[in-house]
Design a protein around this ligand. Structure first.
Ligand code: G3P
Ligand code: MG
Length: 250
């Protein structure tokens, strides 16, 4: 890796470097740092008792050796899960990290973060509140603030009310109609739109940039597509294989 590929802010490790290590785990985040990214994205939801932990799905089944809804596991039960062996035996014994443990790693590795608030059904405001409260408590004052995002506009509204100074990004599969974009931009005061990469074209880039917002695309694992999106004006891409994208954009 050459120095010119290090810390390119246009590349964000998706769920860490989740193509090469189990998603939303400390090894995946550490690996993204090893690959030279400046920022990682990860998904946060709550244990049954309200502790923010990193997990994407509402069920623990796909990414751990457990079964059932994540919202049914208390912290001890979460920490008894193996979150690595499903990916590769090399990662056996990897745990589901808490947000607190993750912040320690982000600080140690000098990584920026996009914290995606990913509530389990019926827990949207509670999840946003507990995630934001933990960030306000544990995030070092001298570190670049975490970027909050969510598909749930209610989560972003809760974050805006509790911590107006933490930057927010609207998360969508497709861009809402212009009137809805105007309403959400005025109401939630985001700094960016994080959009599924597939529908992005020049018109989408113009619609987002025209509102003064950055546009970041998820999830881009094809280096050719990444180069195309950046040429269109996309500001950054999320990738499971950030090393490949860093190499292509260098
Ligand atoms: O935050 C970008 C991206 O992670 C959103 O989709 O389902 O991978 O969390 P998902
Ligand atoms: Mg995500």
């Amino acid at each position: 890796m050459t120095m010119s590929t290090l810390s390119d802010p246009r590349v964000i490790g998706h769920r860490g470097a989740s193509g090469a290590a189990p998603e939303n785990t400390l090894p995946a985040i550490a690996l993204a740092a090893d690959m030279g990214v400046a920022m990682v994205e990860f998904d946060v939801k709550l244990t049954r008792c309200g502790v923010p932990v990193l997990m994407h799905d509402d069920l623990v089944d796909r990414t751990t050796d457990g079964h059932g809804p994540a919202a049914g596991f208390d912290l001890a039960a979460f920490q008894a899960l193996d979150a690595g062996r499903w990916f590769d035996d090399r990662f056996s014994g990897t745990r589901v990290p808490t947000l607190g443990e993750t912040i320690e790693l982000l600080v140690a590795r000098d990584l920026d973060a996009n914290v995606e608030i990913k509530p389990c059904p019926g827990r949207t405001a509670e999840t946003a509140r507990l995630v934001v409260e933990m960030l306000l408590r544990l995030w070092p004052a001298d570190k670049r603030p975490p970027l909050l995002s969510s598909f749930e506009m209610e989560a972003l509204a809760t974050a805006r009310d509790l911590a107006p100074d933490l930057p927010r990004a609207l998360l969508f599969e497709t861009l809402p109609p212009p009137a809805e974009m105007d309403r959400l931009t005025a109401d939630l005061a985001p700094v960016a739109v994080h959009l599924w990469e597939r529908p992005i074209d020049a018109d989408v880039v113009a619609a987002v940039h025209g509102r003064g917002l950055a546009l970041r695309a998820w999830t881009v694992n094809d280096p050719i597509r990444a180069v195309h999106l950046v040429r269109l004006g996309v500001d950054a891409v999320f990738s499971d294989f950030p090393d490949r994208i860093l190499g292509a954009l260098a």
